[in-house]
Design a protein around this ligand. Structure first.
Ligand code: TRH
Length: 415
């Protein structure tokens, strides 16, 4: 009997900024290896970004991590003849061309594969499947674009555009098969949940609203007409903090280090850092370190309400099934607001009607940098509806499979 060879997958990831690009690629890589028996190699140009979400990652040219071969993809290595020294190994475009081309190649977020690698793909007797994994959007046009094939002009290679999304005509969302079972098992033991929170310095008194906060700097509602007398304001964050401080209901807000904490420090004139706790009025702020990606999931599961951003934390909050406020990645000419509205329209349909309006209002205020206090008051008035409010939405999204499984399926059915 011939031995069944695992399929080889190469995922290429260029980190544009922050942690979403690598966040998505790392989850996908792990899931393809763990659930589909794929032999995965992940090429990433920014190893510190990976270390930020997965501290076991080292800054080295090649390493085995969680069953994945992680390779540094040096900046500029797509240019013919470029040579860069990374740790102990010199990688050149020629060197990239020499590595055995995989059976399936994922070009994440149109990151542009190295020219030498594309040439090696074209040289194979059976060219590999080539996916461009796109950014997530809830807009309707995505349905018509998912799965379209284009031809690479220089080589004639076929490239499939793969859109994650929120309908059966898209590639679905990234989600491990056992994720919800893990979440339920974790939440089934209140003592373990309390212990996990306490390990991170989070000890919310009974009756408090537990919120996690991960956002961008939240400072685009600025009044910078005169930056000396009228310094940059952070209206959305400032009004929300004030509402929490002055509210009757105690709020414990957990903030991993990063832009949100910086903004809070600016507003409160403080210097909160990981491990610090500040009680101000009805608000308790708990600053924590940036967590390992799987630990961050737990934080989302524990909270009553999650402020999330970008792409990956946004999706994880949906799987956590608690109400979420999404800070979408800002784009020029406010294009992001179209995407935001497209999501809100879909999501709202699956929420209790009395909650949908206030959640949408707070999301819009948060993203346009306006006063969040009125929408917060409305949301708090509906808090009896919070628990489990995201269940119907998550179940609906689950019915569309997940990115890894849908990619594997697409690949195999069209072989
Ligand atoms: O970091 P993000 O803003 O990422 C991005 C980038 O801006 C990117 O350029 C853009 O294209 C994309 O969004 C849409 O937000 P995101 O996507 O939520 O990624 C953050 C990652 O960090 C995610 O994988 C979760 C992880 N994370 C942790 O591992 N630990 C933590 O404590 C926190 C707060 C997040």
């Amino acid at each position: 009997m011939p031995q069944h060879q695992p399929e080889r997958w190469d995922i290429f990831c260029r980190v544009i900024d922050n942690h979403g690009d690598i966040g998505v690629c790392w989850r996908l890589a792990r899931q393809l290896a763990a659930e589909h028996g794929a032999q995965v190699r992940l090429w990433v140009d920014d190893l510190p970004a990976l270390t930020h979400i997965w501290p076991a990652a080292r800054n080295t040219a090649r390493q085995q991590l969680e069953g994945i071969e992680v390779c540094h993809w040096p900046q500029g290595a797509g240019l013919p003849g470029s040579a860069l020294v990374v740790s102990d190994v010199a990688l050149t475009d020629v060197a990239l061309a020499d590595v055995a081309v995989a059976d399936v190649v994922v070009e994440a977020f149109a990151c542009e594969l190295p020219a030498g690698y594309i040439a090696a793909m074209a040289a194979r007797s059976q060219p590999p499947r080539w996916f461009n994994l796109e950014y997530l959007s809830a807009e309707a046009w995505v349905d018509d674009c998912h799965g379209l094939v284009s031809m690479h002009p220089a080589t004639g290679l076929e490239k499939v555009v793969f859109f994650p999304g929120f309908t059966s005509r898209t590639g679905g969302l990234v989600c491990e098969q056992g994720l919800n079972a893990d979440r339920l098992a974790f939440l089934a033991k209140p003592a373990s949940r309390r212990q996990w929170l306490a390990q991170h310095g989070i000890t919310p008194p009974a009756g408090t609203v537990l919120v996690s906060l991960f956002s961008y700097a939240n400072s685009f509602a600025t009044s910078v007409t005169n930056s000396v007398t009228n310094p940059v304001t952070n209206t959305a964050m400032a009004t929300l903090l004030a509402a929490w401080q002055q509210g009757l209901l105690p709020v414990t807000c957990v903030v991993p280090t990063g832009q949100s904490l910086n903004t809070i420090n600016q507003i409160l004139g403080g210097q909160l850092k990981a491990g610090d706790r500040l009680v101000t009025g009805s608000l308790t702020l708990v600053a924590i370190p940036f967590l390992q990606q799987t630990e961050y999931d737990r934080l989302l599961w524990c909270c009553d309400l999650n402020f999330v951003r970008g792409e990956d934390s946004f999706v994880r909050a949906q799987w956590a099934r608690a109400p979420l406020i999404w800070h979408i990645y800002p784009q020029t000419e406010d294009i992001h607001l179209i995407k935001l509205t497209a999501f809100l329209n879909r999501y709202s349909e699956f929420l209790p009607a009395a909650l949908a309006g206030p959640l949408a209002a707070l999301t819009l205020a948060w993203n346009t940098g306006t006063d969040c206090a009125p929408a917060w008051a409305d949301i708090i008035a509906q808090r009896h509806l919070w628990q489990g409010s995201g269940e119907a939405w998550a179940t609906h999204q689950h019915s569309f499979g997940n990115v890894a499984a849908n990619m594997v399926h697409f690949h195999q059915k069209t072989l």
